[in-house]
Design a protein around this ligand. Structure first.
Ligand code: GLC
Length: 651
C-alpha cells in the first residue's frame, strides 16, 4: 500500500512563519512590554499550531480565502491573549504545571440557576461560604446570558454572549464573582451554547433583515426542497413543541434550521466566519475567569445531507480546533461535553485534545434503571466495558441535572443479557411516571412523541426516588426506604470515578414543584418541575437535626469529606467486580497502596456477597466499612441492608 505524503505539517510551519511577523507588527507596542510572556505564548503557539492548522484545513481548506482565515485566527489568538488579565495568566501557569488537577479526589462539583438560588449574581457572592461548607470546588452556573423575554429554553437561547441577563447581573459582576470563587479555590463553570443563538441575537436580527453575510451565519432555505430531504433522517428533540426541525421565518421568507425550539437558530459552521466569531466568544468567556466551559449540544453542530446530522466527524474537528485555540490563549480552560446520545458517540468526544470532561449520561440512566428493577445486570454489563476513557480525562457523574432522563443504554448491551430494549424502556417510562402499579416514583413525562411512542422523564432526585410519594402517604417505613435509595445513588456518584456533580437543592432533598403548570411560558416544558425557585436559597437554616433536610445535607457533606480523604477515589479508573448476587453492584478503586472495594445493594431486602467472591476481590483480612466504621471479619460473608452502600478499605 502506498503511504500518502502528508504535506500539512510543513505547510503549517510555512503559514505560521508568514503570518506571525505580520501579527507581531500589528501588536508591536504591547508585545514589547512583556517579552517573557510573549515568549511563553509563542511556545504554546508553536506547540499547538500544527494541529490547529490541520483541523482548520479540514474544515475550511477548500475555501479560496483559507489563508485569510488563518490570518484572522492568529490575530484573534494574540488579541485575546493580550486582553487576558494577569491573574488568569498566573492561573494558566499553575494549571500547566499540574494539568490533571481535575482528576483529584478533592474535586467536587455543584450546579445551580443563579436566579432561582440567589436572585442574582451580586447576592450569590454571599453564599460562597455555603459552597465551602458543602465542600464544592467546581461551580457550574446555568446559562445566565441575555435571552429573549418569556420562553428562552432556560437560558439556552442566547441573544448576546457578552451580556448577562439584566435581571441576573452584569459581566463585571460575573468576572468579580469568578475572582471571588477563585480566591476560595472554586472553579467557575459556564455553558458555551455554541450550536445555536436565539432569534434575537444581533446576527439573527441582521439575517432577518436579509443581510446576506448574516443569513450565511445560519442554515436558511428558500423552500422546502432541502429541508424535506434533511428531515427524513432527523430526530425530533422537542416533538411536542413543533413538528420537524425547521422554522419558517416570515421576515426572511425562508426556512431556518432549528434543532430545538423555533427561537433557537442553529449556527452554520460551514461558514468560517461563524467559527471565528464563536471562537472569539469562547475566548471572551475564558477571559472573564471561566475555567470550564460546558459545550452545549455538541452532537448537532455539523449537518450532512443523508445522515441524522448528529456526531458528524466535523463536530469533533471544530471542538478540537477550539481546544487548540484555548490551549494557546487560556491553557487553564477545560471543556466538558454535553453529548446526550448513544454511549458509543458520547465516548468519542472525550480526549485531552477535545473535551477533557464529559457528562456520564449512561451511568445516570442505568442507576435509575437498577433502582427500578432492583437488578444490576444491565448497569454492571454496560459499565464493565463502557467506563474506560482516554488518559487525562474524566467523567462528570450526576444523578439529576436540569434536563430530563432518557434511557440512552445500548440496545445490543441489553439484548446480550436477555433484556428486550424496547419493552424495557417502556417499562422504565411507566415506572418513573408512576403508571406502574409498584412504582415509588413521581416523575413527569417529557416530550412524548406520539409517532414513536418515545418519552423522557422529568422530576427531582427525591421525588423520583420515592420520597414525595412516601411523604404524601405519611408512611415512615416508605420514607426511610426513599432516604436509603437517595443515599445509595449519592454514594455511587461520589465514589465510582470522576467528578461528582451535585444538582444544588438535592443536598436537602428538594422535591418536585408543580407551580410551573401555572406559568404559560413554561407550562409545556415539564423539566421545570425540577427547576423550582421554592426554597432555593442556601439552606443555612439546616439546624434542626430531626428534619430529613438536615440528614440529607449532612450525609452529602460527610460523603464529600470522606471522598477527599481517599486518594484511591481520584481519577476515573474503576474496575467492575463480580459480586455473585444479581442485586449488588460493586467496583474496585485503587491508587498506589490504597484499595477501596465499594458494594451497593439495589434491593430493599438484605443481600449477601459471599466470602468466596469477597476473597476473589482481594478481601483477605478484617476490613472496615469507611462509611460507618463497621468491621467485616475475615472469611465472613458480607450482608448488606436494603439499599446499603459499603466502602471497604481493603488496602
Ligand atoms: C442542552 C441543554 C438543554 C437545552 C438544549 C438546547 O441539551 O441541556 O436544557 O434545552 O441543550 O440548548
Amino acid at each position: 500500500m502506498m503511504v500518502e505524503f502528508d504535506w500539512r505539517p510543513e505547510q503549517a510551519v510555512k503559514s505560521l512563519n508568514r503570518i506571525l511577523p505580520e501579527v507581531e507588527k500589528t501588536f508591536a507596542d504591547k508585545l514589547g512590554q512583556a517579552p517573557d510572556e510573549w515568549h511563553k505564548f509563542k511556545n504554546r503557539l508553536h506547540r499547538e499550531w500544527e494541529r490547529l492548522f490541520i483541523y482548520l484545513h479540514q474544515l475550511y481548506g477548500w475555501q479560496y480565502d483559507f489563508f485569510y482565515t488563518l490570518q484572522r485566527i492568529l490575530n484573534t489568538l494574540v488579541r485575546y491573549w493580550l486582553e487576558r488579565p494577569a491573574e488568569l495568566k498566573l492561573l494558566d501557569e499553575k494549571r500547566e504545571a499540574d494539568p490533571c488537577w481535575f482528576l483529584s479526589e478533592k474535586v467536587v462539583g455543584g450546579v445551580l440557576y443563579v436566579d432561582l438560588f440567589s436572585d442574582n449574581l451580586a447576592k450569590l457572592d454571599d453564599h460562597i461560604s455555603y459552597f465551602k461548607k458543602l465542600g464544592l470546588n467546581y461551580l457550574h452556573l446555568m446559562p445566565l446570558f441575555a435571552v429573549p423575554k418569556g420562553d428562552n429554553d432556560g437560558g439556552y437561547a442566547v441573544s448576546d454572549y457578552r451580556a448577562i441577563n439584566p435581571d441576573i447581573g452584569t459581566i463585571q459582576e460575573l468576572s468579580k464573582l469568578a475572582a471571588a470563587l477563585r480566591d476560595e479555590g472554586i472553579s467557575l463553570v459556564l455553558d458555551f451554547v455554541f450550536n445555536h443563538t436565539s432569534d434575537e441575537h444581533i446576527w439573527a436580527q441582521k439575517a432577518k433583515s436579509n443581510h446576506p453575510d448574516f443569513m450565511a451565519y445560519y442554515h436558511t432555505y428558500p423552500d422546502r426542497e432541502l429541508p424535506d430531504q434533511f428531515q427524513t433522517y432527523l430526530r425530533e428533540i422537542f416533538p411536542t413543541v413543533r413538528k420537524g426541525n425547521f422554522t419558517w421565518c416570515e421576515e426572511m421568507k425562508r426556512w431556518v434550521w432549528t434543532t430545538f425550539n423555533s427561537f433557537q437558530w442553529d449556527l452554520n459552521y460551514q461558514n468560517p466566519k461563524v467559527f471565528r466569531a464563536m471562537a472569539e466568544e469562547m475566548l471572551f468567556l475564558a477571559n472573564q475567569g471561566v475555567e470550564v466551559l460546558r459545550l452545549d449540544a455538541v452532537a448537532f453542530i455539523w449537518k450532512r445531507l443523508g445522515t441524522n446530522c448528529e456526531n458528524q466527524p466535523e463536530a469533533h474537528t471544530i471542538i478540537r480546533a477550539f481546544n487548540a485555540m484555548a490551549k494557546i490563549v487560556a491553557p487553564c480552560l477545560l471543556f466538558k461535553s454535553e453529548a446526550i446520545v448513544h454511549p458509543d458517540d458520547v465516548i468519542r468526544y472525550i480526549h485531552s485534545e477535545e473535551c477533557q470532561l464529559s457528562y456520564n449520561p449512561l451511568l445516570m440512566a442505568l442507576l435509575w434503571e437498577a433502582l427500578a428493577t432492583r437488578e444490576t445486570k444491565l448497569l454492571e454489563y454496560s459499565m464493565r466495558h463502557r467506563y474506560p476513557i482516554p488518559a487525562g480525562c474524566t467523567w462528570v457523574n450526576f444523578i439529576r441535572c436540569h434536563d430530563d432522563i432518557g434511557w440512552t443504554f445500548d440496545d445490543q448491551d441489553a439484548r446480550n443479557i436477555g433484556i428486550d430494549p424496547y419493552a424495557h424502556r417502556k417499562f422504565l417510562n411507566k415506572f418513573y411516571t408512576g403508571e406502574h402499579p409498584d412504582s415509588f416514583a413521581k416523575g413527569v413525562p417529557f416530550q412524548f412523541n406520539a409517532d414513536t411512542g418515545d418519552v423522557r422523564i422529568s422530576g427531582t432526585f427525591s421525588s423520583l426516588a420515592g420520597l414525595e410519594d412516601a411523604i404524601s402517604k405519611q408512611d415512615s417505613e416508605l420514607i426511610e426506604q426513599a432516604v436509603r435509595r437517595i443515599n445509595l445513588l449519592r454514594s455511587i456518584m461520589v465514589s465510582i470515578g470522576g467528578i461528582p456533580l451535585l444538582y444544588i437543592g438535592d443536598e436537602w432533598g428538594m422535591m418536585n414543584d408543580y407551580s410551573y403548570l401555572t406559568d404559560p411560558t413554561i407550562v409545556n416544558d415539564s423539566r421545570w418541575v425540577h427547576r423550582s425557585r421554592k426554597r432555593w436559597n442556601a439552606r443555612e437554616d439546616l439546624t434542626d437535626q430531626d428534619t430529613l433536610e438536615w440528614r440529607f445535607f449532612h450525609e452529602t457533606v460527610k460523603l464529600f469529606d470522606l471522598r477527599k480523604k481517599l486518594p484511591a477515589l481520584q481519577n476515573g479508573g474503576m474496575e467492575v467486580i463480580h459480586t455473585g448476587n444479581p442485586h449488588l453492584f460493586g467496583y474496585l478503586r485503587a491508587f498506589k497502596d490504597q484499595k477501596i472495594l465499594i458494594i451497593n445493594n439495589f434491593s430493599e431486602e438484605p443481600q449477601t456477597m459471599d466470602a468466596v467472591h469477597l476473597n476473589a476481590c482481594g478481601v483477605k483480612d478484617d476490613v472496615m466499612n469507611l462509611i460507618n466504621n463497621d468491621v467485616l471479619s475475615s472469611g465472613k460473608d458480607l450482608v448488606l441492608n436494603g439499599h446499603q452502600s459499603v466502602w471497604l478499605d481493603i488496602s
